[in-house]
Design a binder for this molecule. Structure first.
Ligand SMILES: Nc1ncnc2c1ncn2[C@@H]1O[C@H](COP(=O)(O)OP(=O)(O)O)[C@@H](O)[C@H]1O
Ligand SMILES: [Mg+2]
Length: 1109
């Protein structure tokens, strides 16, 4: 064994490799397994062999990350794992072009099939990728569920026990990409089809079909979902915990599709499965014949009929085949009847054959699909998942065959391991010492020897004419094999008279390499013969069903072969032989599966059970063989690298060749020379003890080294820490000193400043005093100087003034005198001309300036604007006033020229009113702003006055409500007053009835007061028609307007007679015959403006007008 890196040895639970177990004994071996199992380490090595304990629980060690971890790593680099083995095998296949085989052995339920799947999935994960490659991988992986459905069953040991041996060759191209595969199957346990031990089931497919197929499919297959309807399905454990048959059925169908089964092929397969179930339900009854023998007859023909329909067989043919048997010998045909027992035997034989042939066909069909396409040379990796040793209470032909197979595997194991070992020694130039180990070739010989092997004996018995029974076979064995060391039977080896009572009758015992097994001979002959009556195979051949026809080629009457078909034992031996030859050409990799308990439960380690397996798997032998030469080997470089610290001369560096370094090391450690050998590239260590000694020394040395490193590190750390402290202390001291000095300096500085300030203050004060004194002196000087200068200046001023006055006087006198002189001289000229001219010029200039100035300061064009520029010179007074008048007239004209006729009339009326009343009646100013509306009642529009309006012919010029004063008492009554060009009409206000109508010519005058009242009297011509009742005294709100209008009409009339308007505070009116004086007096101011009227006496009517507020 070669330790390449340290992982296997470091952090190890127990020992990862049993070769290193010390001391080596079965107990320590099992203890190591238990220890690792308890720590969830299910894999352990024996050299390159992997022991796998079934954990019975899902482990987190198969993740894609794990795959990556183990990918391209050396076998011993990581802790033991099945992936390490798969990786090693795959890489040596890919890189070294060595065909590989992976041999997985172990008891049923130990995890072989799981292990084979793990290996396949690992290889699938690490090998090439691509569409085509992935398809191949998928097909290879999907072949598993199909085979498991048809070839696996629930047994007491394993819920998914493979009931056939399987060897699968996976083929790779030179790059390591998978191309395809070939599957070989060995010895399907077909007896299970017709009978299952207690607590076990038939093959999964039966249950899957019934649970998972659609109603439609079941109807087509003439099946019923109820398991209990079928004799071949044991009922006690039809449903298995954790197995979902319905889902599995879908998985299987899907897998079949992926693998490449056609739809009609799947259908045919299911029909055959259904046919087997139907076959089981066919029952027989005896029927006596005339010759006294019993002949079998089918009891209820319904199942038979349905089965025949399914397979397209003629019912009568099959029925006959269950009742008769034709024996052909040398052109002679003899037909014998079958009794009931024989009929049942025939039925079961048919069922078994049907199923096992179907299974073989499925394998062939899968092979067709997964077969490598390219014809180039392949590299091959074989995976063998075959039943392990079986030692039951009752062992029969099957166990015999299985155990034989295991013997052969052990044989090949020994051969290959030893050969490899030997080859390495030769390669490394190490002397080969023979190793003592048990070679089981002798047991193989006992079974398979051509002349006197047990299988040969059995065949001989089967083919022998005459009565052949299991007992005759045992007798034969007793005679032929009695001398063999490994064979035992009740009849002792030496003498027929001495019997071995430990053995029951009709049994023999073989001492296999893995233990003694007692076989019961019952059924050996039958099972070896594996006889199917020809009538049945012919009936099958006649079927109108292509698959079933294909499965029974010997039924073809054209190819009648009178030779007996090869026996089961013979066939098995042949196929095992082929397998062994195949395996021998390959590099073997072993996985040994162990089942920790019988309960299929996790965490339970049943020591006796494990011990038993360890024994029959020959694991101890395995370790011993491994250790027979040198237990441990390692290339010089890694060895030196690992242990160089154990010797002062190789530590820390060895410059020379590695081998010399190792030699130096070993010499220095004084390892006895017989404990190791030097190969060409490796050192070989005989005993694990030596390795452990080295490891222990290394561990101690590592500790010492660690201590040393620690010591040096601590020293260094302390030193640096100290230096740092020291450095820091200096820094701190420096800083502190600086700080203290700074403080001191500042104190001194402050004191100095104080002293300084005092001195400076004193000096300053002194200076100040001096300066002040100086200033005062200066001021005094200035004042004195100022006064002095003042006196001087004033004196000078007086002098200058005096001088100026004199000068001025001189000038004036001079001027007067001069003027006098000039006047005297020029008087005559000046008076005549210049004065007038200057005057005119001046006047002209002034006028010019006046007019230009006026132009720019003219007031606005509004006639009522009273502004006028101020007169500049008194002499312009007249002009200025005249200009103002002209301007006013002019702008009035401008204003008037903009009037329309109506407006003009209105203004004319207003003008008339002004002429009549201005400055004569107090009421007038308040009327100026009121427009003269005329028709206050809107008489033409108002429907109320329609009648009144129509009674007046002319256009109404004024319509207003007036107060008519009762002539008798002076009280007022409201009337409507209408004024037309010809009449004044008074009408009742409510009814609109005309009360009085006065023609205008009848009016002589109108009298009003000077005061602020609305009274007026209409004075009528004496003797006129209207004057019967006398004058009217009325009061109106619109007095000014009314009177003006009246006056206007009068002046506009053709006769030109003017209406007089008398304005006086006293006037006379004619009331009927009386002349009454209407007198207006000033009354007290009253609320409201109304004047009150009172008839005082016959002659007087007094109107009291409130004083205007
Ligand atoms: N590596 C494993 N991890 C988890 N469970 C396992 C493992 N190997 C086996 N088993 C369990 O043990 C059962 C039997 O394993 P199987 O491979 O079918 O046994 P064998 O083929 O040896 O009869 C499986 O169905 C599974 O539940
Ligand atoms: Mg299996």
């Amino acid at each position: 064994m070669e330790v390449k890196t340290k992982s296997l040895l470091d952090n190890m639970i127990g020992v990862g490799d049993m070769v290193l177990l010390e001391p080596l004994s079965e107990d320590s071996f099992i203890e190591n397994l238990r220890k690792r199992f308890d720590h969830n380490e299910i894999y352990t090595y024996i050299g390159s062999v992997v022991i796998s304990m079934n954990p019975y629980k899902s482990m987190l060690i198969y993740s894609p990350e794990k795959v990556e971890e183990y990918r391209n790593r050396n076998f011993y680099e990581l802790s033991p794992h099945i992936y390490a083995l798969a990786d090693e095998a795959y890489r040596s296949l890919r890189d070294q072009d060595k065909d590989q085989c992976i041999l997985i052995t172990g008891e049923s339920g130990a995890g072989k099939t799981e292990a084979s799947k793990l290996v396949m999935s690992y290889v699938a994960a690490v090998c090439g990728k691509g569409q085509e490659v992935n398809k191949v991988k998928e097909q290879l992986l999907q072949s598993n569920p199909v085979l498991e459905a048809f070839g696996n069953a629930k047994t007491v040991r394993n819920d998914n026990s493979s009931r056939f041996g399987k060897y699968m060759d996976i083929e790779f191209d030179f790059k390591g990409d998978p191309l395809g595969g070939v599957i070989s199957n060995y010895l399907l346990e077909k007896s299970r089809v017709v009978k299952q031990p207690r607590g076990e089931r038939n093959f999964h497919i039966f249950y899957q079909l019934l649970s998972g197929a659609s109603d439609d499919t079941l109807k087509k297959l003439k099946l019923d979902r109820d398991f209990s309807k079928y004799n071949y399905l044991s009922l006690d454990s039809a449903v298995v915990n954790g197995l979902d048959d319905a889902t599995s059925f879908r998985t299987v169908r899907n897998a079949m599709q992926i693998v490449g089964f056609m739809e009609d092929e799947v259908q045919s397969v299911l029909e055959l499965v259904a046919a087997v179930l139907k076959l089981g339900n066919i029952e027989f009854k005896p029927e006596s014949r005339c010759n006294g023998t019993d002949e079998s007859r089918v009891k209820d023909k319904n199942d038979l009929k349905e089965m025949c329909e399914l397979l397209g067989i003629e019912q009568s043919v099959l029925e006959r085949a269950f009742s008769y048997r034709t024996v052909e010998a040398k052109l002679e045909k003899v037909s014998t009847t079958l009794n009931v027992a024989q009929a049942y035997y025939a039925r079961d034989a048919l069922a078994k054959n049907l199923y096992s042939r179907l299974f073989s066909w499925i394998v062939t069909r899968i092979n067709e699909s997964i077969k490598a396409q390219a014809k180039t040379r392949h590299k091959v990796m074989g995976v063998l998942d075959i039943y392990g040793f079986e030692i039951f209470d009752d062992n029969s032909f099957e166990q015999f065959i299985i155990n034989y197979c295991n013997e052969k595997l052990q044989q090949i194991f020994i051969e290959l391991t030893l050969r490899e070992e030997q080859e390495e020694y030769i390669r490394e130039d190490i002397e080969w010492t023979n190793i003592e180990y048990f070679n089981n070739a002798i047991i193989c010989d006992l079974i398979e020897n051509h002349q006197n092997g047990i299988l040969a004996m059995l065949d001989e018995e089967c083919l022998r004419p005459g009565t052949v029974t299991d007992e005759t076979f045992l007798d034969k064995l007793n005679t032929v094999c009695a001398q063999h060391q490994h064979f035992e039977s009740r009849l002792s080896k030496n003498s027929k008279f001495l019997t071995d009572h430990s053995l029951p009758h009709s049994c023999f015992r073989i001492q296999h390499y893995a233990g003694k097994v007692l076989y019961r001979v019952e059924g050996f002959v039958d099972k070896n013969n594996d006889l199917l009556y020809r009538d049945l195979s012919q009936a099958m051949y006649k079927a109108n069903h292509s698959l079933i026809k294909h499965l029974f080629p010997e039924g073809n009457p054209a190819k009648v072969n009178l030779k007996r078909p090869p026996t089961a034992g013979f066939q098995f031996k042949a196929s095992v032989g082929t397998l062994m030859r195949n395996l021998q050409t390959k590099n073997p990799n072993y996985i040994r599966c162990i089942k920790p308990n019988d309960k299929k439960a996790p965490h339970i380690f049943t020591e006796s059970l494990v011990c038993h397996q360890v024994r029959y798997l020959g694991l101890m032998e395995n370790v011993r063989v491994r250790r027979a030469g040198y237990a441990f080997r390692q290339a010089y470089e890694p060895c030196l690298e690992r242990y160089k610290m154990l010797c002062k001369r190789t530590w820390p560096h060895w410059r020379g060749p590695a081998r010399e370094g190792v030699e130096m090391l070993m010499a220095d450690l004084q390892v006895p020379a017989e404990e190791f050998s030097y190969g060409r590239s490796k050192i070989f260590i005989r005993n694990p003890r030596t390795l452990f000694f080295l490891e222990e020394r290394r561990r101690q040395c590592l500790q010492d080294l660690a201590t040393l490193i620690q010591k040096i590190y601590r020293g260094w750390k302390c030193r640096t820490h100290f230096l740092l402290l020291k450095k820091s202390q200096i820094v701190v001291a420096a800083w502190y000193r600086r700080y203290a000095q700074e403080k001191k300096y500042q104190k001194i500085k402050r004191a100095t400043t104080v002293v300084q300030s005092y001195t400076r203050g004193w000096q300053a004060r002194k200076l100040l005093r001096e300066l002040k004194h100086q200033k005062r002196c200066k001021e005094a000087v200035t004042t004195i100087a100022a006064y002095w200068h003042g006196t001087q200046a004033r004196r000078e001023l007086r002098r200058l003034k005096e001088e100026a006055r004199r000068k001025n006087a001189v000038a004036v006198i001079w001027a007067y005198w001069k003027g006098l002189k000039v006047r005297r001289e020029y008087r005559k000229f000046f008076r005549a001309n210049a004065g007038k001219k200057i005057y005119n010029f001046t006047i002209q200039r002034i006028m010019q300036k006046y007019f230009l100035g006026l132009k720019s300061t003219l007031p606005s064009m509004s006639p009522i604007d009273k502004n006028w520029p101020v007169r500049p010179y008194i002499f312009l007074d007249g002009v200025h006033t005249e200009l103002r008048r002209i301007f006013h007239l002019w702008r009035c004209k401008k204003y008037r020229s903009r009037f329309t006729e109506d407006k003009k009339a209105v203004y004319e009326e207003k003008l008339e009113a002004s002429e009549l009343f201005k400055d004569k009646k107090a009421l007038y100013p308040s009327s100026v702003s009121q427009p003269f509306k005329g028709d206050y009642l809107e008489i033409s529009k108002n429907p109320k006055y329609q009648k009144l309006n129509s009674s007046v012919d002319e256009k109404v010029l004024l319509a207003d409500v007036v107060n008519k004063i009762n002539r008798a008492n002076g009280k007022g009554a409201t009337r409507i007053l209408l004024l037309t060009k010809k009449n004044v009409v008074l009408a009742d206000q409510k009814t609109g009835q005309v009360k009085a109508s006065v023609a205008l010519p009848d009016l002589t005058s109108v009298s009003v007061s000077t005061q602020n009242d609305g009274f007026f009297a209409l004075r009528l011509k004496e003797g006129s028609a209207s004057a019967v009742k006398g004058d009217f005294l009325l009061s109106s709100e619109h007095l000014i307007e009314t009177i003006t209008k009246l006056h206007h009409i009068g002046s506009a009339a053709s006769d030109g007679e003017q209406l007089n308007v008398d304005i006086a505070d006293e006037f006379l009116v004619q009331f009927k015959q009386d002349k009454v004086c209407v007198k207006f007096i000033q009354g007290a101011p009253k609320n409201g403006n109304g004047a009150s009227c009172k008839r005082k006496n016959n002659r007087l009517l007094e109107v009291s007008v409130p004083a205007s507020a």
